[in-house]
Design a protein around this ligand. Structure first.
Ligand SMILES: *Cc1c(COP(=O)(O)O)cnc(C)c1O
Length: 365
């Protein structure tokens, strides 16, 4: 079976090299030397000042909401993984959905102002598939209405715009290091903050607000990364450039094979360095997408409906929160992410594309 993604693993030797350090220190969690080292290496790699590791990408969003003291209504995208919306709800806030652009599937900044009320305190948007939101326009709106900005950057590890890390925008950006992501620690994540004080607050909050013997300075939770997870990150980080390069090559094979099929793809902005996190394609209709999906499944290939359903239609939302987002709902019904990972061969890509083309041809007959 070819799945949408496959975790990049280090050799067992590479991993045990770091485990030997853990065993000799005896410290397997609580900000040990591997976590500290991974933090520094990530700051260097991503060219960032303020970064806190956490135990997953969902807690990263929740902690960012908490640390920025966000309350009330949060303007957000309906086109993302469920964690973006559920984190808002989990923190006792209300997600106010604003539809996406048709060209990059990120939140449409021109629709944000109309959704702002006196209860709005923040914008939480996703750089979906690693394609950047319009960070400049969003910041202008945030400044005008004094809103906080959080980017769910779970897909945007290593993405740059105009020579700058996309993670430098907003008050906070959150990363997921889940096993399915491009850079991973099995489970894990990080929060990047503009402000050093917010970073300090998150450093405290992720360990119960507890410092020293028995000082409890802030409300906290347990969102620490363990040394065993940091060890995985230290193994994978040196491979990240090769991982991105392989995925780029693989995406190129898809581009060539699918040329002339008239399948919609996200459009990248100018002066953009992509990380090739996903290979989404939008089919002409929901029926065609479902037929292609079935053909691929019948042949042992598992594409994924990233992202479906459109989050404004989640069953557990109050009716008044289920605002129509026609573009997001439409794209969610027609999208498939094709397999993309290190080790997927050119032959695999050809097989997948031949199956897609065969299905599309039989559609048009
Ligand atoms: C993966 C993902 C998350 C959740 O991250 P976890 O580390 O699995 O908790 C959040 N948002 C988006 C957009 C994601 O893709």
């Amino acid at each position: 079976m070819i799945h949408v993604t496959k975790t990049t693993l280090p050799t067992l030797n590479e991993y045990t090299h770091y485990l030997e350090r853990v065993w000799s220190s005896g410290q397997i969690t609580n900000n040990g030397s591997l976590c500290r080292e991974l933090t520094e290496h990530l700051k260097t790699y991503l060219e960032l000042k303020n970064l806190e590791l956490v135990s997953n990408g969902t807690l990263a969003i929740q902690l960012a909401i908490k640390a920025l003291a966000i309350k009330g209504e949060v303007i957000t995208t309906p086109y993302s993984y469920v964690a973006t919306t559920s984190s808002i709800l989990w923190e006792g806030c209300e997600p106010i959905f604003v539809d996406i652009n048709n060209h990059n599937f990120c939140i449409n900044p021109d629709l944000i102002e109309a959704a702002i009320t006196e209860k709005t305190s923040a914008i939480l948007a996703t750089h979906v598939y690693g394609y950047p939101c319009d960070v400049i326009k969003i910041q202008q709106i945030a400044d005008k209405y004094q809103l906080k900005v959080i980017y769910d950057a779970a897909h945007a590890f290593g993405v740059r715009v105009a020579g700058k890390s996309i993670l430098q925008y907003g008050d906070c950006s959150t990363l997921s290091f889940h096993a399915t992501k491009l850079f991973h620690t099995a489970e894990g994540g990080a929060i990047i903050c503009k402000d050093a004080d917010v970073t300090k607050r998150i450093f405290l909050m992720k360990k119960f607000g507890h410092i020293g013997e028995d000082d409890y300075l802030d409300i906290g939770i347990n969102a620490k990364m363990s040394e065993l997870h940091a060890a995985m990150g230290l193994c994978i980080l040196p491979k990240v450039n090769d991982i991105i390069a392989y995925r780029k090559e693989c995406s190129g094979w898809y581009d060539t094979q699918l040329e002339g099929c008239f399948l919609q793809r996200p459009i990248a902005p100018a002066d953009f360095t992509y990380n090739y996190a996903y290979y989404p394609v939008i089919f002409p209709t929901h029926e065609i997408m479902m037929r292609v999906r079935q053909t691929l499944l019948d042949n042992g290939i598992g594409p994924r409906r990233y992202f479906h359903p459109s989050l404004n239609t989640l069953p557990f939302l109050k009716t008044e929160l289920k605002r129509a987002c026609p573009i997001s709902e439409d794209i969610a019904l027609r999208v498939l992410c094709l397999p993309l990972y290190v080790g997927l061969s050119k032959v695999d890509v050809k097989v997948i594309c031949d199956l897609i083309k065969r299905t599309l041809r039989s559609e048009s007959e």
